[in-house]
Design a protein around this ligand. Structure first.
Ligand code: PBG
Length: 323
């Protein structure tokens, strides 16, 4: 039975019908808002390549956190920008480091907001790589010790979930055993499981001053060409004990999100990364795209592809529109 019996336009004639048959809906509960925290007091620096996003000192971060919670967004993910960097990123696992203090402050003032921490040393290393470097190579197993230490200090500071983003092999298992040994058996891990070596992280590296000082990240982040390998990465992280798996970036990798959703029973998160945000911002500023519509359409497509959670710099703007 086809045309003229079948007319799909019938249910498109009224907004009421369109709402009735809508298959995918966004909610503020879908979002996790990424935030950058810096040393000092009363600091609020706009990130040039990410208009509308700021590096905040802890005092202002706490205010921001209450606004986010009031918008119905359930969680934030924190990135630290330390004053000092070294070869092994030791500032990243200082129990009194910037992220550790930020976590404690947010949990003290806005306990209902879930605080996730990014576990990776690149923001804290002078060479900008996500691992310990020797003779120009990124060492895997040596890096695991740094990640264990970092995750543990985040847990001790009161983080609700840790999110390793380094792409070393075996890090989820290493972090799980470290947390369990220390008694944090209830603390979940959200693994950046399929993280691609993407050009779309450029504005973030500008924000966090974390560009690699030599080479690139292709020896640990994934080749954008590889779908099967992404599914292997995801399966391994599930086996190692991940509670949520993530695909990153989001929009250029919707097929990976959809495949993950089909094959994996865990919640699937997707990270709409800095470059995805900045592209829309730039096009809107030039008058070439309607910012709100481009934002909502891209978020909707990520959810339709199968993401349960979306890490997005648009979280606040989208949540406001959804209220
Ligand atoms: C690594 C990390 C990065 C992002 C999140 N965690 C940067 C990188 O891999 O270079 C990028 C996020 C974004 O672009 O918004 N700590």
């Amino acid at each position: 039975m086809a045309f003229p019996i079948q007319r799909l336009r019938r249910l498109r004639q009224h907004e009421g019908f369109r709402r009735m048959v809508r298959e995918t809906r966004l909610s503020p509960a879908d979002f996790i808002y990424p935030l950058f925290v810096v040393e000092g007091r009363n600091r609020r620096e706009e990130i040039v390549a990410m208009p509308g996003q700021f590096r905040l000192s802890v005092d202002l971060l706490v205010k921001e956190a209450s606004e986010i919670a009031a918008l119905g967004i359930p969680g934030i993910i924190l990135f630290g920008i330390p004053d000092r960097k070294d070869g092994k990123g030791t500032a990243g696992y200082d129990p009194n480091g910037i992220v550790q203090r930020a976590v404690k402050a947010v949990k003290d003032h806005v306990p209902s907001l879930m605080v996730v921490t990014d576990v990776c040393i690149d923001e804290y290393t002078d060479h900008g790589h996500c691992g310990v470097v020797k003779d120009g190579r990124i060492l895997n197993d040596e890096t695991l010790d740094c990640l264990r230490a970092m995750a543990l200090t985040h847990a001790q500071a009161g983080a609700d979930m840790v999110a390793p983003s380094d792409m070393m092999d075996g890090r989820v298992a290493a972090i799980r055993s470290e947390l369990d040994q220390a008694g944090f058996t209830e603390l979940p891990i959200m693994a950046y499981a399929a993280k691609f070596a993407s050009c779309f992280y450029a504005p973030f590296r500008d924000a966090a001053f974390s560009s690699p000082q030599f080479g690139d990240r292709q020896s640990y982040q994934m080749d954008p060409a590889n779908r099967r390998e992404a599914l292997r990465e995801i399966a391994l992280d599930v086996e190692e004990g991940a509670d949520i798996i993530m695909v990153k970036p989001a929009l250029p990798y919707l097929d990976i999100i959809a495949a993950a959703r089909e094959q994996i029973l865990l919640p699937v998160a997707a990270y709409q990364v800095s470059g995805e945000y900045s592209m829309i911002k730039a096009a809107a500023k030039a008058g070439w795209l309607d910012e709100s519509r481009a934002m909502m359409e891209s978020l909707l497509s990520i959810k339709r592809a199968g993401a349960d959670l979306i890490l997005t710099y648009f979280a606040k703007d989208a949540a406001r529109l959804l209220h």
